[in-house]
Structure formats: C-alpha cells, structure tokens
Design a protein around this ligand. Structure first.
Ligand code: UD1
Length: 417
C-alpha cells in the first residue's frame, strides 16, 4: 500500500494553488440531477469523493465527462432511481442524492451513507425534513425506501444548522409546489455556492448565508456553467503547513470571508496573513506562539474540519493551546499519532489540551480520517527525521495534490508506492 514519506525541517516558500471545494462540488453534482440539460462545473477537484459521486451519477444513467478540471454532467439519460450499497457507503455526502432523486423522480431506494468515522453521524434531520415536504420514508433491511408523489413547500425548522440537511432540503424544495422556508439553516459558504448553482439553473432561492432560506418551487431546471468556490479547508491546511515550517507563501484563490474564522488564530500564533485580492500572503515566525482557545462551531464559527491542522500547529507552538470540539463527537482521532510523534496532547471528551514542544520526531503514523490525515502530514513537516503517513486513501478523499503542492513549496515529501 502506498504511503506519504516526509523528511521534516525544510522551510516552505512559494506559491500554491487552492483546489475547488469538496463540500461544494458534491451537493452540486447531486443537484445536476434536477436539470434537463447538461451542466458544466469548473474548478472541479480531482479527489476520490468526486470519483465516487461520478460513479453514482453514471450508475443512474448520466453521462459524465472530464475536460481538465471541468466536469460536464448530462442528466438526460437518467434511467435508475436506486443506488446500491457499495456506491452509497463510499462517502457521507451520498445522502444528498436522496433529495435530488426524490425531486427528480418521485422515488428512490438507497442505503445509509458512509464517510469518515467522526462519531455518530445520523441522518434523522434529513429524513424528517423530506417527510415534512411530503416524502414517505420506510427503512427495510438497511435500505431507505422513499416516495413522494408530490412535494409541497412548507416551513422547516432545523434543531441544529446541519449542512447536509440544509442542502437536501434546498435541492428537494426546488421541485416542490409552493415556497419552502428553512429556519436555522446552515450558513456555510458551500451552502451559498449550492444556491448560486441552483439559481443559475433557474431555481429561486433567497437568503442563503443567513439563517433563513426561502426556496420557491420552480420544477425542472435548465443546465448552466458554474465555478465552485476554492476550498477553505485546504487553504487552512496549507497555511498550517507553511506556519509549522516557519516559512512564507502565497495561496490563491482564497475568498477572504471564507477563511475569516481561522485567520485570527494564525495571527495570534505570530503569522502575518494579508490579502491582495484573492491571494493570501502568509509569513510565519521561526517559532509559533500559542493560540487562544479554539472552539469549533457552525459557520461563521471556527470550522471543525480545520481543527486537526491547527492542532498540529499548536503541537509545535510555544505555550499551551486548548481545543473544544463542538460539532463531532469523535474528532480527535489524530491525537493518538500526533502524540506518538512527540506531541504533548491530552484529549478527553470534547476538550484537548496541547502543550507545545519545540520539535516532533518522525515515525510511522496512520490517517484515520481525511482532515486528521492531512494534519499528520502537516506535523511531519515540523518533525525531525522521516514521517510515514499510511492510509493515504482518507487524505485523497479531499486533497487533490497535497504531496505535489507541498513539494512545490519546498517540502521533502513524496508518495512511496
Ligand atoms: C458537512 C461537511 C463536513 C463538515 C460538517 C460540519 C460535507 C460533504 N461535509 O458534513 O466536512 O465537517 O458539514 O461543518 O459538506 N446531525 C444530526 N442529524 C442529522 C444530520 C446531522 O444529528 O440528520 C449532526 C451531526 O451528527 C453533527 C452535526 O449535526 O454532529 C453537524 O453535521 P452536518 O452539518 O450535517 O455535517 P455534514 O453535512 O455531515
């Protein structure tokens, strides 16, 4: 099995391109099913979660073609409403196909979605919302049998602003009769991007990025061309990589508002981080300082997906860092291996206390999930000797080119096959 080998200690410097956002492209690809014409999505990242999504679209009868970083989905040949278990279990976001297939075909049968192990990730909010829109959902032997002879707009109040549930409702409500209002909707930039895509295809969605979203049902959509937003989590990961190396770099494109929840922590650690348009220039001190408490939350709170990379930074900072993880129960999988590399971290329940050390030591570590795996790569850049990161499949779910990008910045990093 291949692994990533890193010899730490190099100071990173240079320019790096930020790929399109994984969490935008996945619901957008599912939403293509609502269209009666082809859609072309630009800046599409070549990651394994996108490949899994493409396999689902092809299984359903869509014609999907790549042209460099543009992906065209022609949904006119849609001929199937069921998604088998082996395709569903590849990723968590396959659940957005539920809303898309109900909207387009009025029925679907699919199993529970897969995804990284971050503790229990229920789909009760998705099912309850779709039921409120008129769907009938039955579970038989692990398969969700869903029907909706008619979807009708209504008011849906989410008890928590779930990203996936908000996306499923937006997609399904586009095909509903009347207006749907989502209260306590997720406000993540990826929600706004999905609305932008749907509106370009003829949908009428307002209020995205705010707590209340209104969707006027419009029926079948046209096709469109859309460029997905840059991946704010990949940007934060590369910033952390540059920071732990004591280097400097330019990341682009980066949308300032999208990374505003993470920027203060880089500045507290002694980095300068300034924008020139959509180029982010970051310069790190020789030794990072400790950051204030990092408390993860819904946007515009600190993103849970960036928590592992910033923990790798805290591990080599001067001082103590405190993390409180509020979104997922099991999001400290990376702590075990960071500790094996010499980090001083105590994690219990939702809290982790990180006492920074001057340097880590490379060893053989294993990614347990996508973001935790990327954090081990970041830690490897600050470690003496060789770090081998195994289970790279998790990292490839969301990173198109982490090895080539960091090598371009001067890291001694390669994939060993
Ligand atoms: C999305 C992102 C993921 C990110 C997360 C939080 C995608 C593909 N993934 O995941 O990278 O970490 O948002 O920003 O966009 N919950 C329920 N019931 C439900 C749905 C969710 O209890 O039906 C809970 C979850 O267990 C979790 C919290 O709500 O504790 C937030 O989950 P949610 O916002 O739905 O995350 P995802 O859409 O799965």
């Amino acid at each position: 099995m291949s692994y990533i080998s890193i010899h730490g200690g190099r100071v990173l410097e240079g320019k790096v391109n930020v790929q399109g956002a994984k969490n935008s492209i996945l619901p957008i690809l599912a939403a293509c099913l609502l269209c009666h014409q082809p859609c072309t999505i630009h800046r599409c990242p070549k990651i394994s979660d996108v490949s899994a999504c493409v396999r689902i679209l092809r299984h359903l009868g869509c014609v999907v073609t790549w042209n460099e970083h543009s992906l065209t989905v022609d949904p006119r040949g849609l001929c199937c409403t069921q998604i088998p278990d082996e395709l569903m279990s590849e990723m968590r976001s396959s659940i957005v196909f539920l809303g898309a297939l109900l909207a387009r075909c009025g029925e679907t049968a699919l199993s529970f979605p897969g995804g990284c192990e971050l503790g229990p990730r229920p789909i009760d909010l998705h099912l309850s919302a779709l039921t409120q829109l008129g769907a009938v959902v039955n579970e038989e032997g692990g398969v969700l049998q869903c029907r909706a002879d008619k979807l009708s707009g209504c008011e849906i109040v989410l008890p928590i602003p779930s990203v996936g549930a908000t996306e499923n409702i937006m997609i399904a409500a586009t095909a509903a009769k009347g207006t749907t209002v989502i209260r306590n909707a997720a406000r993540e930039p990826e929600i706004v991007d999905l609305a932008c895509f749907l509106n370009r295809c003829g949908a009428k969605i307002n209020g995205c990025g705010e707590g209340t979203v209104q969707i006027e049902g419009t029926g079948p959509l046209f096709g469109c061309e859309h460029t997905v937003i840059p991946d704010r989590i990949v940007a934060a990961t590369y910033m952390a990589a540059i920071a732990v190396s004591g280097g400097k770099g330019e990341l682009s494109p980066v949308i300032p508002q999208h990374v505003s929840p993470v920027l203060p922590f880089f500045r507290q650690s002694g980095c300068t981080a300034d924008f020139k348009g959509n180029r982010l220039l970051i310069k790190a001190p020789k030794r990072l300082r400790s950051m204030q408490h990092i408390v993860t939350g819904y946007f515009p709170g600190f993103p849970t997906d960036a928590q592992p990379a910033l923990m790798a930074m805290a591990a080599v900072s001067d001082g103590t860092g405190i993390f409180i993880e509020n979104i997922f129960e099991n999001r400290y999988n990376h702590v075990h291996d960071l500790t094996r590399m010499g980090a001083k971290i105590k994690a219990e329940g939702r809290m982790a206390v990180v006492e920074g050390v001057p340097t880590l030591s490379g060893c053989r570590v294993k990614a347990c999930d996508l973001r935790g795996g990327a954090a081990l790569v970041v830690a490897g850049l600050a470690a003496a000797g060789e770090t081998q990161v195994h289970n790279v499949g998790y990292i490839q779910r969301g990173h198109q080119d982490i090895v080539a990008d960091l090598a371009k910045l001067g890291a001694d990093i390669k994939t060993i096959r």
